[in-house]
Design a protein around this ligand. Structure first.
Ligand code: NAD
Length: 272
């Protein structure tokens, strides 16, 4: 018996990193999980390694109606939706005087437009059941966790685009907490500090991802990585292979009064 038995969760960008660790923990607690990622092979691999029930939605969520298809995948598989973790993301770092319109827009697309579109597509599946539950006098809580960053809450040099997107998703979170409070949907954001994934790994030639047929450089120069523990206020010890606090804890059934908040999570490792 898990605390999330019968619940259905979507975790975007869950082939690896924080999303994978979150999907794994939700699954361990009984949830059935949609594993989404633009990297379809990695998503399949992750789904096969997670012991609970999973389905894969493979696709770039910034393209066409992918957010609608993602939500439909959950509903087709299990007929309901209880938890959404908007986690998918990447970085395109440059100082503002070298940043193109395209790089700025792409960070707004993935970090705030995608969560908006996923949540809009999910709205009927969160609101309608809640209306029937209210008529029956049942109290059922559903959960949204939007992944922000301390770059969004505090700013970070060379991340005007990422920081703007991660800050905007906090506004989206607070607004939806107000719109959906009476439907008993808890909507929260978690602003991670420094989590050891490929986004914060060394900025080596091999540390790239492919999106839209283009190779994107990921990572942080080693000199800055060495300073991270001093610069990031919430740095702390690391529980390996567990999701950082926030991405799954706000989704727990007991967290019913936690809504409209943006919590900052300590620095940990979620590699695995
Ligand atoms: N690692 C950190 O220190 C840190 C700090 C703060 C916030 N975050 C945020 O946490 C989230 C997860 O990052 P991570 O560190 O685990 O990175 P990661 O690269 O390990 O995982 C991100 C996943 O998202 C997927 N993805 C990216 N764009 C996508 C798209 N358009 N459609 C579908 N999938 C897509 C990637 O393929 C990847 O598998 C991101 O939103 C990131 O901005 C990370």
């Amino acid at each position: 018996m898990g605390v999330l038995d019968e619940k259905v969760a979507i975790v975007t960008g869950s082939a690896r990193g924080i999303g994978r660790a979150t999907a794994q923990l939700l699954s361990e607690q009984g949830a059935r999980v949609v594993i989404n990622d633009l990297d379809g092979d990695a998503a399949q691999q992750t789904a096969s390694e997670i012991r609970g029930e999973t389905v894969v939605h493979s696709g770039d969520l910034t393209k066409g109606d992918a957010p609608d298809q993602l939500v439909q995948t959950a509903v087709d598989a299990w007929g309901r939706l209880d938890i959404i973790v908007n986690n998918a993301g990447y970085t395109l770092d440059a100082p503002i005087h070298k940043m193109s319109d395209d790089w700025f827009q792409r960070m707004l697309d993935i970090h705030v437009a995608v969560p908006f579109k996923v949540l809009r597509a999910a709205a009927p599946h969160l609101r309608e059941p809640a209306k029937h539950e209210k008529e029956r006098g049942e109290e059922v809580f559903r959960k949204v966790v939007n992944v922000s960053s301390i770059s969004g809450t505090m700013g970070n040099a060379a991340q005007a685009n990422y920081s703007a997107g991660k800050s905007a998703v906090v506004g989206l979170t607070k607004t939806l907490a107000k719109e959906w409070g009476h439907f008993k949907v808890n909507v929260n954001a978690v602003a991670f500090g420094y989590i050891e994934t490929r986004l914060t790994a060394s900025k080596e030639e091999s540390n790239t991802m492919e999106i839209g047929g283009e190779q994107v450089q990921l990572g942080i120069p080693d000199q800055l990585r060495g300073m991270a523990a001093m610069l990031i206020p919430s740095a702390g010890p690391e529980p390996p292979r567990r999701p950082p606090a926030g991405s799954s804890s706000c989704a727990r059934p007991g967290a019913t009064t936690c809504t409209g908040r943006c919590s900052t999570s300590p620095a940990v490792s979620s590699r695995g």
